[in-house]
Design a protein. Sequence first.
Length: 199
Amino acid sequence: MSDDTQDTGTGTDAVLAEVGPRLRRLRKDRGATLAGLSEVTGISVSTLSRLESGLRRPSLELLLPIARAHQVPLDELVGAQPVGDPRVRAEPIVRDGRTHWPLTRQPGGLQAFKVLEPQRTIEPDLRTHEGYEWVYVLAGRLRLMLGEHDMVLGAGEAAEFDTRVPHWFGSTGQGPVEFLSLFGPQGERMHVRARPRRT
């Protein structure tokens, strides 16, 4: 496509098509003339006019001096959408005395949780289900029963296992434990692997 034509398609071309009218509105809001803006930016009046009418395709070399002249961010000229807040602000979920903070927002696929297990003594209830789980202890000690194994993980230790194997994890009865849990349905495995310390 030549520099003097304007595509009317979607995506990037649709965004660029809005630049001309935005430049015109901004200039008029500032009370500036094409001649005055030309003098400040060094861009010819004819080029500025064609930019505003959509006959000239916007480029970085043209938009930067215009943005400086109007003292606005470049994003304002192209109408870039602000970046959304990436933080996950899910409410904690309390289930069976254990507090879970969801760390992922999308449904299905891998799910991540920060979990706080209080100090308590309960009878382990080994269960099985489809999936694959990875746990990492942040603080305290976590008791993990997996098949015939009965082990305790300390802070900084991790374990991963197929949830079709009978398993249970929870308090050792000697203090609270805080850990991360990543769960993948249908046997989907994590990419992090660590061998827990047996006790």
